[in-house]
Design a protein around this ligand. Structure first.
Ligand code: ZN
Length: 252
């Protein structure tokens, strides 16, 4: 296993570091996993198809918004983890080019990451299906207010025309955001960190194949990536591991 000190050394000597992050980083913060045994799909009986299929959203957005009401209520109280903040700090110090994430929960933004590709979008922006108006830099308080204004069924509506607002989250049946840019970043980086992703959801799962760079994969549980000489698999709790990495980085 790659020790935290050895990982710190790789980070220190990297000229172009990119991080790819997935659900494990969010669950560590307290965002419920959608798919796991305690996931919202299971515990709250949401049908993932009705919640996240774009064709369902066009017809009956109340399914998505019933889910969103719970998700937003949970996410409001969640704070970024040490690892989120570690990545943001690394970027601010010039040691990280970008974070590419599969997560939709705004935690990287809240931690201070600026060079950020949210492949599956987020609640940060929305547009109106009626008049086309676009709203940006939205936070969870805004979503709660807007959903509360149209509570039965809960749907966020456009203040200008009353149309249904669609958050710029990528639904099943829509293209992911920023994929070409993410591919380019990963292909040209000299160190790739893959954090908290099981690499089961395409196209993010394909990104590590786009590079010959040294790749450090930190996750609890299986990761769907074959071993190779340039890949280091670390089975660890993210915050535990990166607290030690951060200590090694500052120790010198
Ligand atoms: Zn509108």
């Amino acid at each position: 296993m790659l020790t935290p000190a050895a990982c710190a050394e790789l980070i220190r000597s990297s000229r172009s570091l990119v991080a790819l992050t997935g659900a494990g980083l969010s669950t560590a913060a307290g965002i419920p996993d959608f798919r796991g045994p305690q996931g919202l799909y299971v515990t709250r009986r949401y049908d993932p198809e009705k919640v996240f299929e774009i064709s369902w959203f066009r017809r009956e957005p109340q399914h998505f918004y019933a889910f969103s009401r719970d998700f937003v209520a949970t996410a409001t109280d969640v704070r970024p983890t040490f690892t989120h903040r570690f990545l943001a700090r690394l970027e601010a110090q010039g040691g990280l080019l970008a974070v590419v994430t599969q997560n939709i929960d705004l935690l990287h933004q809240q931690a201070g990451s600026r060079s950020l590709i949210e492949l599956h979008g987020s609640y940060d922006a929305a547009h109106c299906d009626g008049c086309g108006k676009r709203l940006a830099q939205l936070d969870y308080a805004w979503w709660q207010e807007t959903m509360a204004a149209s509570p039965d069924p809960p749907i966020a509506r456009c203040s200008a025309c009353g149309g249904v607002l669609k958050p710029e989250i990528v639904f099943f049946g829509e293209l992911v955001h920023g994929l070409a840019e993410a591919e380019e970043l990963v292909a040209s980086c000299d160190l790739l960190l893959v954090l908290g992703s099981t690499l089961q959801v395409a196209p993010a799962s394909l990104l590590p194949f786009a590079t010959e760079a040294t790749t450090v994969i930190v996750n609890q549980g299986e990761v769907a990536l074959p071993p190779s000489p340039q890949r280091h698999f670390v089975e660890a709790e993210l915050d535990d591991y990166f607290r030690q990495v951060a200590e090694s980085l500052t120790a010198r």
